[in-house]
Design a binder for this molecule. Sequence first.
Ligand code: PYC
Length: 324
Amino acid sequence: MATRPPIHPGVRVMDSHTEGEPTRVVIEGGPDLGGGTMKERASRFEQYHDDFRRWLMLEPRGYDYLVGALICPPTQKHQAAGVLFFNNVGLLGMCGHGTIGVAVTLSQLGRIGPGWHSLDTPVGEVRIECLNDHQVAITNVPSWRYRKGVVLEIPGYGQVIGDIAWGGNWFFLTEQSPCPIELPFLASLTSFAQDIREQLEKHAITGDSGELIDHIEITGPSARHTHGARNFVLCPGGAYDRSPCGTGTSAKLACLAAEGKLEPGQSWFQESVIGSCFEASYQRLDGQRILPRIMGSAYVYSEATFTTHHADPFQGGIYGLNHA
Ligand code: PYC
């Protein structure tokens, strides 16, 4: 049990959930990451402010399925803000549900109004359209399917075939589920997805520049005839996404587009394992690249100021649960 000096007194946050998945937006008192691109700021955050991430994301102040968002000054004049997303194990490239949460939080604070805005992220600019006080459509970063039909041998399950796609994070997507994609099967879904992740790492199967594939998406049919599919998404820190996962839905759209199973502009209703839904569609870019649009709702449910008692032995967060 390590004792650390008190860090970050008086950090103000607003918590919301997007289709069930929470986003904690730092609205005051977060680290100043200086100028430069969002990639440069992300690497400064990783290098010098990982304590802040752990302090805010890990228990007892946070929990494993929480996503944090640090709002930074925009990198270009036309943008409303820059944003960094992070969780219990590190930074995320992009976060779809988190972007919707940020948009609703910023509009509740009066920092943005209805209509279109741009946000910068370490993986590119995303556009947001605030449709009303809780509903937002995001135009994500260009997404694409990188590899089709990757075959994995998963001990205890046999051959599992899936695609690798980019949707702002790297995903392995499979339609082979060992059980129904329903809440009573969360433990089996989690363990299956973790095994897939392990095999990807073991066999050095990566994104197109050697990146870790840290999101696993298992898709199955939805019971609702209007919905394209129901999914279970394992996030990098071992928790499952309560929302249908914005970047995961983008990766799914890229696979559907590459297969010719969904036309540009056609709506795809992506259901999560808890039954919430994103409405998605895409525009075609060059080659296999598409521009996804994801629409969902977020609701602010808490505003808090975090502080630390100097004698609190867990002021750095509780390590060794299911995070690095
Ligand atoms: O919505 O993109 C998303 C996301 C990523 C991790 C959790 N949610």
